[in-house]
Design a protein. Structure first.
Length: 35
């Protein structure tokens, strides 16, 4: 049985990773093209 707390933790982690990637990607690209 999956507890609500574990589900919330997994969802929170997934959202955090997605948001982190979305924020980092543009920074990496901008830095990469910063000539």
């Amino acid at each position: 049985r999956i507890t609500g707390g574990r589900m919330a933790m997994l969802l929170g982690t997934a959202v955090a990773i997605t948001a982190f990637s979305a924020c980092i990607a543009p920074l990496l690209h901008r830095h990469d093209n910063d000539e």
